[in-house]
Ligand binder design. Structure first.
Ligand code: AKB
Length: 342
C-alpha cells in the first residue's frame, strides 16, 4: 500500500487536534501539519512534518508544494465569527486570500502529479443569515440553498470560499485553449457549533456551549452571552471528525453536491445548562446576553436539513444531545481537569 501525504492547515485548532489523532490512528499516511503557532506536543508527535507558518505566505506554500506530493488537503485554518467581526480585514485576508492560496497549491499539485487532488473544506452554519427570530422559528430545518445571506464577515468569507472551491473544481481556466478538467475534487461540510472535551474554541460565537461546559468542570463561574432560549445546532467533536473523514472517502459518483449540511442536535442554551448542571450541580452560570453577539446567533438557523448527507454518504451522527454529554463530554472533561488539578 502506498503511503498517502495529507496537508492540514490550522492543524493546532480544535478540529485539527481531533483530525490528526484520527488520521494517525488510521495509519498509512504522512501528515504534514501547518499552523501559525507551534503544534501542541500531543499532536506534533503524530505528524510526519510540522510547519509553523502563515497560509498568507505563498512562498512558503509553494516551497511545501515542491517538497511533497499531496493526495488531499484539509484546509482548516480560519478566523472564527466573533474574532472576524473585530478584525474584518484580517479575517478576509486569512479566510479568503488564505483559502485562495491553498486552492492554487491544490491545482498546482494536480498539474504536477497529473491527477485529481482532494480538497476538504469545513464551512459553517454562519453562511446562513435569517433576518429575525420569527423567520428563524418559521424556517425550521434550513436546506443548503436557503437563506444564504450571512450577516458576518466570517459567514461571507465561508460562503465565498465554497464558491471558489466550486469554481476551481469546475471552471478553473475555462478560457484556456485546453481547459484542464477535474483538477481538484472539492468537498465541504457546513458545521454547526462544535463541542470538544479536549480543547476550547477561540473567537467563535457558538463558543457559549463549550465554554459553559469547561467552566463548570473547572468549577469557575460563567456568564453566558446569549439568552436562555437561544437555539442553534451543535455537534460533538468526534462526529465532526467522522463527517470530514466520511465525506472525504465517499465515492465521487455518489455525491450530488459539493457542500453539505451536517446536523446532530440543536438544544437551547438553557437545555445545555440543565444537562451540565446535572453533572456539575454547583455550576455557577448566569445568562447575560450581549445583544451584539446574540444578533449573530439569532441570524443562524435553529436546525439544518442534512438529508443530502444522509442519503449521499450515509451521514449519521453517533452522538445526540444526551449521549454527547453523558458518554463523551462530561467524563472526558472530568478526567481532563482532575488530571490538571484544576
Ligand atoms: C463560530 O462560532 O464562529 C464557529 C462556527 C459556527 O462556524 N464555531
Amino acid at each position: 500500500m502506498s503511503i498517502k501525504t495529507i496537508l492540514i492547515t490550522g492543524a493546532n485548532g480544535e478540529i485539527g487536534h481531533g483530525l490528526i489523532e484520527q488520521l494517525s490512528e488510521q495509519g498509512g499516511m504522512h501528515i504534514v501539519a501547518m499552523d501559525m503557532v507551534p503544534l501542541d506536543e500531543t499532536v506534533r508527535l503524530r505528524c510526519h512534518r510540522v510547519v509553523t507558518g502563515d497560509i498568507l505566505d505563498s512562498h512558503l506554500l509553494e516551497t511545501l508544494s515542491t517538497e511533497h506530493n499531496f493526495d488531499a488537503i484539509y484546509h482548516l485554518a480560519a478566523l472564527l465569527s466573533t474574532r472576524a467581526e473585530r478584525q474584518p480585514t484580517l479575517a478576509h485576508r486569512v479566510n479568503v486570500d488564505g483559502s485562495l492560496n491553498l486552492l492554487e497549491i491544490a491545482v498546482t499539485q494536480s498539474r504536477l502529479q497529473g491527477r485529481e487532488i482532494k480538497f476538504i473544506y469545513p464551512s459553517s452554519i454562519a453562511v446562513y443569515g435569517l433576518p429575525d427570530i420569527a423567520t428563524k422559528q418559521k424556517a425550521g430545518k434550513v436546506r443548503e440553498d436557503q437563506w444564504l445571506t450571512p450577516r458576518t464577515m466570517y459567514g461571507i468569507n465561508k460562503l465565498y470560499t465554497e464558491q471558489l472551491g466550486k469554481y476551481y473544481a469546475n471552471y478553473y481556466r475555462q478560457l484556456d485553449a485546453e481547459p484542464p478538467k477535474g483538477q481538484i475534487d472539492f468537498r465541504g461540510v457546513r458545521f454547526p457549533g462544535l463541542i470538544s472535551a479536549a480543547t476550547l474554541p477561540t473567537g467563535g460565537t457558538s463558543d457559549y456551549a463549550p465554554e459553559m461546559l469547561h467552566m463548570a468542570a473547572k468549577k469557575k463561574p460563567y456568564a453566558c452571552f446569549v439568552r436562555e432560549d437561544t437555539c442553534i445546532p451543535f455537534m460533538a467533536m468526534p462526529d465532526a471528525i467522522s463527517a470530514l473523514l466520511n465525506l472525504q472517502s465517499a465515492p465521487l459518483e455518489k455525491l450530488s453536491r459539493m457542500i453539505y449540511n451536517v446536523g446532530a442536535f440543536n438544544p437551547s442554551a438553557a437545555e445545555v445548562f440543565r444537562i451540565i448542571q446535572k453533572a456539575f450541580p454547583k455550576s455557577d452560570v448566569t445568562f447575560e446576553a450581549d445583544y451584539r453577539r446574540q444578533a449573530i446567533i439569532d441570524s443562524w438557523p435553529a436546525d439544518v436539513d442534512d438529508s443530502a448527507s444522509r442519503t449521499d454518504w450515509n451521514w449519521k451522527p453517533k452522538y445526540d444531545l444526551e449521549r454527547a454529554f453523558e458518554d463523551y463530554l462530561i467524563p472526558a472533561v472530568r478526567e481532563r481537569y482532575a488530571i490538571k488539578g484544576q
